[in-house]
Design a binder for this molecule. Structure first.
Ligand code: ADE
Ligand code: ZN
Length: 316
């Protein structure tokens, strides 16, 4: 299905590794680690994947991540995602991970990083997929916690290409993290941030002006502010848009209402990404396919979106 979309060489710039945890692997890891789950089986877990907003999803996503304990678990998760990349001609990926999701429950930062980094290295060598890891801070936790996480990460500075900002958006504006992002920049780490997913256009302004981000993750609500749209066009700031995610989390009621192609035609540097593919019904190709099916995306538009993703990489 959609061979031509699958065949396009693509980069993925917005994927949370914890969001690539498929129910089958989740159950396998729970068994391996002796963790009791509240769901009877894979089907009943999948049946719980119905969300009214971002927070309802995050509650389940953090619960699911609880089965990840050892470096091997993080390796298996990352490797399974890279095999999907190979299948879908994702030739380059810049995944996020949320260290605080794991360190807050007593998992060593080093175990998380070791498993992920080894899989990314093997992905480079055995699958030919280039990559760069983005360390993302959880914005529902205080800035001091982000500072501690950055301190833990700095001895492994070369394992990262950037810092990011994710989790509950409303009520947690980018300005709360201005100092920790300045510190990351002083260490040579560029920034990206989730903004304008559920939050207002002001959060996108703050991400640009205060966090000095190089890309905006989501950013679809920028459409409500013509001055902001003009800035994003003028500066060619990439938006990492996640269509299936936006519908699953009710940012848009249905795919036919999504604004991604309007943003593309207005001259913004938009890209297509999966966000949390295990939870939202598909990886990058399925996201492209949904745009073709419900928005009439043309082959020319698909090629431009794929090219944008290659152009918007932080590392080449
Ligand atoms: N963490 C994982 N997926 C996310 C999303 N779509 N928005 C914010 N935080 C996230
Ligand atoms: Zn995201």
């Amino acid at each position: 299905m959609y061979h031509w979309l699958n065949a396009l060489p693509k980069a993925e710039l917005h994927i949370h590794l914890e969001g690539a945890l498929e129910p089958e692997l989740l159950f396998r890891l729970a068994e391996r680690n002796g963790i009791a789950l509240t769901w009877a089986n894979v089907e009943s877990l999948r049946a719980a994947y119905a969300f009214g907003n971002l927070q309802e999803f995050l509650d389940l996503y953090y619960q699911g991540a609880g089965v990840l304990r050892t470096a091997q678990d993080f390796y298996d998760l990352t490797w399974a995602y890279l095999e999907k990349c190979k299948e879908q001609n994702v030739v380059h990926t810049e995944p996020f991970f949320d260290p605080q999701t794991h360190t807050e429950r007593g998992i060593a930062f080093e175990a998380v990083l070791e498993g992920i980094s080894q899989a990314l290295r093997d992905g480079r060598e055995r699958l030919g997929i280039s990559s760069g890891l983005i360390l993302s801070f959880l914005r529902h936790l205080p800035e001091e916690a982000a500072f501690r996480t950055l301190e833990q990460a700095l001895p492994y500075r070369d394992a990262f290409i950037a810092v990011g900002l994710d989790s509950s958006e409303k009520g947690f504006p980018p300005r709360l993290f201005e100092r920790v992002f300045a510190k990351a920049r002083s260490e040579g780490l560029p920034a990206v941030a989730h903004a304008g997913e559920e939050g207002p256009p002001e959060y996108v302004w703050e991400a640009l002006d205060l966090l000095k981000v190089r890309r905006i993750d989501h950013g679809v609500r920028a459409a409500e502010d013509p001055r902001l749209i003009q800035r994003l066009i003028d500066e060619q700031i990439p938006l990492t848009v996640c269509p299936l995610s936006n519908v699953k989390l009710c940012v848009f009621r249905q795919m036919s209402e999504h604004n991604i192609l309007e943003l593309l035609e207005a001259g913004l540097k938009v890209t297509v990404n999966s966000d949390d593919p295990a939870y939202f019904g598909g990886y990058v190709t399925e996201n492209f396919a949904a745009l073709h099916e419900h928005l009439g995306m043309t082959e020319d538009q698909a090629r431009r979106l794929a090219q944008n993703s290659l152009d918007a990489r932080l590392v080449h």
